[in-house]
Design a protein around this ligand. Sequence first.
Ligand SMILES: [Zn+2]
Length: 460
Amino acid sequence: MPDTSVYFAELAWLNAASSNSESGSAGIHRGAVIEVAGDRITGVRTGVAEVPGGATVLRGLTMPGLANAHSHAFHRALRGRTHSGSGSFWTWRQQMYSVVERLDPDTYYALARATYGEMVLAGMTSVGEFHYLHHGPDGVPYSDSNAMGLALIAAAKDVGIRLTLLDTIYLRGGLADDGAEVALNETQQRFSDGGRKHWVERVSGLDDSVSVRIGAAIHSVRSVYPAAMEDVCEWAAARHAVVHAHVSEQLAENAQCLARYGVTPTRLLAEHDVLDERFTAVHATHLTSADVAAYGAARCTCCFCPTTERDLADGIGPSVTLRAGGAVLSLGSDSHAAIDHFEEARAVELNERLVSNRRGNHDVGSLAMMATVNGHACLGWHDAGRIEVGALADFITVGLDSVRLSGTNDDDALAAVVFAATATDVRHVVVGGTVVVDNGRHRSIDVASELSTAIRDVTS
Ligand SMILES: [Zn+2]
């Protein structure tokens, strides 16, 4: 018999009713009893007046766990070091490369473990790690060529977060403004497997497990040539794995792609059969109307990362037209300028208000869907992100008694959380039926202390 437990949520947002839709209801239930056996939800009842005997009481708003659909764990070391002053995405990238030089399987593990710990404290129950730092100095593989990916897997397991390891192919340094290929520089040699067949061979050595999915990623049209994109998609189709790619984050990328191929990055991906329901375009900031239509027609996901996109002065992606055209939206913290999905979710709506001079572009239920079920689905976790019978028992409780949220009406609890909560309001996190955060504290690691040590080790 699996372990069983019963939770009594004072208030709950249950998005199960809208599970086949990308839109969500903001409906709040009072007195929700959630029964768990092993790692699954086995019972959900609402409108229960009395706390059942032996139940754990969850005070605040209980909702499905959050999915961080785009992460580069090691970028967390740059927080606070790169935001002020001028510079561009490209000068920021140079600073990011200086951290890469300090990373090996041990320091990568320590930094990822602490960063994933911060994510769990923020209510994230799964993360998609867009992992491209595969090899040692000069691109020489470690004795186990998957040592860096395995370090991420170990880090995620330690802190109790589900991981989709988006193993990333990266084969050239980029494209020049005239479309010419740029060779890998010294840092980038660590990202490259030296050829598409070598990528397939290495990634095929990684296996799924209860809390880990292996997915694929195409770094960008700058770094991967079209024949390799096709190989990645063929591998992913055979494994039923998801595929992600950075797309059109920067105008320069569009210009370089047009110079080389005569089409936009999205069009190039479409021409090589990358776009389908398993595909997620990360950023999707600078799109033509034909690009937007292509994502909708193929039912792709577009992962917005607003706190990173504003930090790097990328721009604001067309979230309203993408959704209207049929694309699904999810959210990522990417460079970890912040790790706070309430902030990412409200930024999608608030950025759109600034662009359109109009309010109410995305209702609060839809924003919460981006942060939960949509994110899980684009990471290959189709049975997570909902509180319903049969789903993975991954849920969080946000306290409503902080100075930010005190005074909230029960019926407005989801709107209050999406528009006013911060990550520190997350009190309780359950992943796979196991309590990993209890009253705001991670049960197994001291996250702040580990962040301090891990970041010092790669920056001092
Ligand atoms: Zn990224």
